[in-house]
Design a protein. Sequence first.
Length: 464
Amino acid sequence: MSANPYRQLPGLDALLSRPALRELIARFGRDSVRDEARSLLDDARAAIRSGQIPPSQDELVVRLQDRVRNAFAPSLLPVINATGVIVHTNLGRALLSDAAKRAMMEVASSYSNLEYDLAAGKRGSRYVHAEALLTRLTGAEAALVVNNNAAAVNLTLRTLAAGQEVIISRGELVEIGGGFRIPDILAQSSAVLVEVGTTNRTRLVDYENAITEHTGLLLKVHQSNYRIIGFTEEVGISALAGLARRKSPPIPVLHDLGSGTLLDTRPYGLAYEPRVQDSVAAGADVVTFSGDKLLGGPQAGVILGRKAIIDRLKRQPLTRAFRVDKTTLAALQATLMAYLRGTATEEIPAWRMISASAEALAQRARTWADALTRQGIRVTLAPGGSAVGGGSLPGQTLPTTLLLLRTEHPHRLLAALRAHTPPIIARVEEDAVAFDPRTVLPEQETILLAAIPSCLHGTVSPAK
Ligand SMILES: *Cc1c(COP(=O)(O)O)cnc(C)c1O
């Protein structure tokens, strides 16, 4: 027998003093590296007890680096979105404009007048900040910004309709995803759901017949991620508002728009997606939407409406729990300024992607194909469709050119791309791995084109 194998393991301090670990300790801190090293050495001793040969010191260093990184490296990372879904909820929704990023940075690095009235020299309200821009752009009397649209809907329902009946069409009892189901949101708000009409057809008279002295609100919800085709009928906001106003006292109408676009989607060959200002003009008393869908701003919930209603919302104690962060307000203001200037389609990434021309996308896909062909990778180009996403325009696509890579194991290539740094998210279309240039940022192209060959070779060579 040779010398005691346990003796071949370094002591804890000897291991930690290896120069190769200096960087790891600087990044993750001595205490966390020490704890992982201790349990790594415990594991190595257990392996020796079960008859394995002891790892070399170099091997221990590599294992320790892997362990520490797996345990403590930040898990939220930038990724490359090659799916062609522009507002992708799983991939962080809207990207911010340069102006919005700058505004966030400025307000994060400096004191601000977040809750300070500069003219009066005393305490002010954070809820005033984006209000003038929002009312100017939408025609609403007043506005309130909260954390997200789920909070906006919840707050509005609780304030206007707690303990009362809320009438909604059966065709609008939707689940948005991520735990947002209209019937559950109503229950949480202690409102009583009154369903009217049928899944495909609801008429004004259905609402009219359902109104009682207990009715607190008429609710219209954008169907978002699904669409009924064929024999359908729904009641628009102006008809609903007309009905609600004939009642005494008038019943408020809440329109949850979801994606909340300020721009018209039709010039891009898409169907009409209800615009915020159209809903306000049609007479909705309250309109809610997300900041990070088609508005192209930060995560936020925007509530627009009549001043008396918005004032009540501002006073409601729950508003404090949903309050919006200063960096969010800064980004929202900067995003809205682009709409005010009329430069949103140039400045806001989501709208730059929506308005990208089919020729420009085809040209980018051809450049990608040439670069990969030069590296000996066989790819083809094919017409395809990009989706707007964000619960808007379901089933509708924008024409694009896809780069297709056929491989025996497309799902293995997808997994290798996801394991890349930065991770790359693509999809499978007709058994090929498909990359859509629409959502890949120009500055990410070099990384993408280098990653594809290396990920492909990793999946076709025999696993080691
Ligand atoms: C997306 C959406 C919501 C939820 O908005 P969040 O900002 O994700 O909280 C609510 N209602 C509709 C109609 C939506 O499309």
